[in-house]
Design a binder for this molecule. Structure first.
Ligand code: AMP
Length: 360
C-alpha cells in the first residue's frame, strides 16, 4: 500500500525493531515534529526510550501487529532479520517503506547476489551450497581461502566461516549452521567502503560520499568519512549505489557495502535497506543525516542536502568500550552517542563516537 499523500508533522511513523537504528530514526523524526511508535520484542528498547510508544510482542503475534498498524500512518523496519510475514501483515493495512519485497531480497544472501547479477552489478564469484558434499565439490573450483555464509539470518559475520585447507568441509558446514549456504570467492580487498543512498517518493535521490569501513571480528569498528580512495573509484561506487536503489525502486535509505580491490575494481558485498552503522557520521558531519533522509522519504517530503561540513572518523563503542564515554566527552571535537542499552555484552553495539575534522 503506497501512502496517498504527504504526511505532515504530527503523523506517526511505525518502526519495526527497537534497536539503535530505530532510536536514531526516532530522534530525527522528533526534530521534524513527527511521532514514532515502535514494535519490539523487549520493553524499554533503545528506540522506545525515545518515542515512549511501543507495541511489545513477538513478530509472529498477528493481533499485536494489527494493533501496531492501527496506531501508525506509515511503517519502516530498522533491521533485516524481521520476519517478512510480520512486515507483510503490517503492509496489508498501512504503507511500509522501503517496500517489503526489498526486505525479502536483502534477507536472503543468494537472492541478493542473484539480483545484483541480474542488474549487472559486479560481485565476487559465488555459488549456492546445499550440503557438505556440495561444499567439498565447490572448493575444487573456488580454491582457498573462500567464505561460506548462511543464506539467511546473517549479519556482523554471524553464520560465516572462512574456509582454509585446515578446515574440513563437514566441519565448516556445521560451523556455518544454516540450512542453505552461499560460497564466495575470498576478496583480497584493498579496503571496504559503503555508500548510503536516499531516495524519495518522487524518485529524487541523494548519495553520501563513499566511506571507508574497518572491521574487527567481522563487526564494524571504524568508519572514515570520506573514504581515502581515487575520485574515479568513488564515482563508480556512487553510480553503483544509485543504480541499485533505482532498480529496487527504493523509497527510503539503502546502504551498499562494497570491496575495493587493489586494481580499483568495486565489488558489491551486501545491501542493507535501512540506515547503516557506516552512516552514523552523517548525524554530526552532514547538513542532513541518513536518519532524517529516511524520515523525509517515508513522509513524502523533499530530501535534504548531503553536503558534509566536516570530515569524520566514527568509532563504535562495542561491549566494555562504552566505559570510555568520559574520554569521548573530554574531546571537544568528538560527538558521543549512547544507545541506552542496559546489558553490556562483548561485541554488542553500545554507542559510537564521531570525531569531527571541520573542513575549512
Ligand atoms: P558480511 O556479513 O557479508 O557483511 O561480512 C562481514 C565482513 O566479513 C565483511 O565486511 C568483510 O570484512 C568480510 N567478508 C565477507 N565476505 C567476504 C569475502 N567474500 N571476501 C573477503 N572478506 C569477506
Amino acid at each position: 500500500m503506497m501512502p496517498a499523500a504527504v504526511l505532515a508533522p504530527g503523523a506517526t511513523i511505525g518502526i519495526l525493531g527497537g534497536g539503535q537504528l530505530g532510536r536514531m530514526t526516532a530522534l530525527a523524526a522528533a526534530r521534524l515534529g513527527f511521532r514514532c511508535h515502535v514494535f519490539a520484542t523487549e520493553t524499554d528498547s533503545p528506540a522506545e526510550q525515545i518515542c515512549g510508544r511501543a507495541t511489545v510482542a513477538e513478530y509472529g503475534d498477528c493481533e499485536a501487529l494489527d494493533r501496531f498498524a492501527a496506531a501508525i500512518d506509515v511503517a519502516t523496519f530498522e533491521f533485516e532479520n524481521i520476519p517478512a510475514e510480520a512486515v507483510l501483515r503490517v503492509a496489508a493495512s498501512k504503507p511500509v517503506l522501503p517496500r517489503p519485497e526489498i526486505l525479502e531480497i536483502t534477507q536472503d544472501r543468494l537472492r541478493e547476489k542473484d539480483f545484483l547479477r541480474a542488474i549487472e552489478i559486479p560481485t565476487t564469484a559465488y555459488r549456492e551450497i546445499s550440503d557438505a558434499t556440495a561444499l567439498a565439490r565447490a572448493m575444487h573450483d573456488f580454491g582457498y581461502p573462500a567464505v561460506l555464509k548462511s543464506v539467511r539470518m546473517g549479519y556482523d559475520g554471524k553464520g560465516q566461516v572462512t574456509l582454509t585447507p585446515e578446515i574440513k568441509p563437514g566441519e565448516a558446514w556445521r560451523q556455518m549452521g544454516g540450512e542453505i549456504g552461499i560460497l564466495e570467492a575470498f576478496v583480497d580487498f584493498a579496503c571496504e567502503i559503503s555508500v548510503i543512498v536516499a531516495r524519495g517518493r518522487n524518485a529524487a535521490w541523494a548519495t553520501y560520499p563513499p566511506v571507508e569501513n574497518q572491521h574487527s571480528n567481522h563487526i564494524l569498528d571504524t568508519t572514515i568519512a570520506p573514504a581515502r580512495i581515487a575520485v574515479e573509484t568513488a564515482m563508480r561506487a556512487e553510480a553503483i549505489a544509485r543504480h541499485v536503489a533505482e532498480k529496487l525502486d527504493l523509497v527510503g535509505v539503502l546502504a551498499v557495502e562494497m570491496f575495493v580491490t587493489p586494481s580499483g575494481e568495486v565489488l558489491v558485498n551486501e545491501l542493507a535497506p535501512r540506515p547503516h552503522n557506516s552512516g552514523h557520521w552523517t548525524i554530526d558531519a552532514c547538513v542532513t543525516s541518513q536518519f532524517e533522509q529516511l524520515v523525509r522519504a517515508l513522509c513524502g517530503l523533499p530530501l535534504g542536502s548531503v553536503e558534509h561540513h566536516s570530515d569524520a572518523v566514527m568509532k563504535n563503542l562495542l561491549g566494555n568500550d562504552v566505559e570510555k564515554w568520559r574520554e569521548a566527552l573530554a574531546d571537544p571535537l568528538a560527538k558521543l552517542h549512547l544507545y541506552g542499552k542496559h546489558e553490556i555484552q562483548p561485541g554488542r553495539k553500545m554507542g559510537h563516537v564521531t570525531r569531527l575534522v571541520p573542513r575549512r
